[in-house]
Every structure is written in structure tokens, then in C-alpha cells.
Design a protein around this ligand. Sequence first.
Ligand code: HEM
Length: 156
Amino acid sequence: MNSLYNFTLILHSWNRWIILIAGLLAIILAIFALVNKQGYSKTNKITSLVFISSLHFQLVIGILLYFVLSPITLEALSNFGAAMKNSDIRYWAVEHSFVNIIAIIVAQVGSIVVRRKSTDPKKHKATLIWFGISIVLIIAMIPMGMMGVSRPWFRF
Ligand code: HEM
């Protein structure tokens, strides 16, 4: 395997854990704060920031994989019609990439909505809804066998 491809795939694979931990933590903290009637704290802010930043990083690595390094998507780009007939190639070329881009947009829009909310409970509710939708889409598109495609949980 080409070493730059391998390195980028490892980064993309491990960054998924930062995304999942930060996203789920942001949601759990929002629920906890709503239940306990707490304000929108620095911890809420930092967790959201880590979630959004790791998503931006994942988008950049994903685009690099998609257009430059991954033999799977490069094959798809060379003949998209034929690639659509192969469910494995279609998964990477369309489903994984497209749905994750939507998830990243949802999280980004959510973080702007949260910033603009006037009260702390509204900020927590917006975090819950927007990050919740985003994380559901992300989990659905992680190759864990749910859509017939499986990859290692930890790549070395
Ligand atoms: C939250 C967003 C994302 C997560 C959690 C995620 C997660 C993953 C995981 C776990 C893999 C398998 C890595 C491995 O084999 O060890 C992967 C592969 C890949 N992802 Fe993503 N990804 C995300 C977003 C994206 C985006 C936005 C794109 C494209 C624009 C993309 C393109 C790819 C490509 C091309 C591959 C590799 C296919 C190959 O094996 O050559 N990903 N992704």
C-alpha cells in the first residue's frame, strides 16, 4: 500500500474516534445541563469546538483520499457509471462521502445556531438537536458492517 495513502487512512480512521467522543460528550453534557438547569459553560463550548474542528479535519483528509489517494474512489471517478453498479465502490464513492458531508454541514450550521441563541437552555437544546442529527448520520456511515462494508476499528 502506498505509504502516504496508508498514513492518511490511519489519520482518517483515528480521527473518527475524536469526532465520536467529542460529539457524544457534547450531547451528553447538553442533556446533563438541561436536566440540572446549568448554564452554557466553557466545557460545553470547548467540547463543541473539538467536535467541529475534528469534523473539518476529517473533511479535508476525506477529500484528499477521495480525489488523490484512494484507489477505490479513483476507480469510481474514472468510470462512474460502472462504479454505481458495484455496491462496495458505490458505498465509498457516494454514500459514505455524501452523507458525511451532510452530517458535517448539519453540525456546522448547528454550532452557528447555538452561538446565536439568546439563552443558555436554548443553546443546550440546539446542541442536542443539531449535533444529535449529525452524530446519527456519522454513526450510520462508519464502516462497521451495517451497510455491508466493514473496516478495522483501530488501524495501525
Ligand atoms: C464524520 C465524517 C467521517 C467519518 C467518521 C469517516 C470515517 C471513515 C472510516 C472509519 C474509514 C475507514 C478507514 C479505514 O479503512 O481504516 C473511512 C474511509 C474513507 N473515507 Fe471517510 N469518514 C468521514 C468523512 C468522509 C468524507 C467527508 C469523505 C469524502 C469527502 C470521506 C472519504 C473517505 C474515503 C475515500 C475513504 C477510504 C476508502 C479507501 O479505503 O480507500 N470520508 N472514513
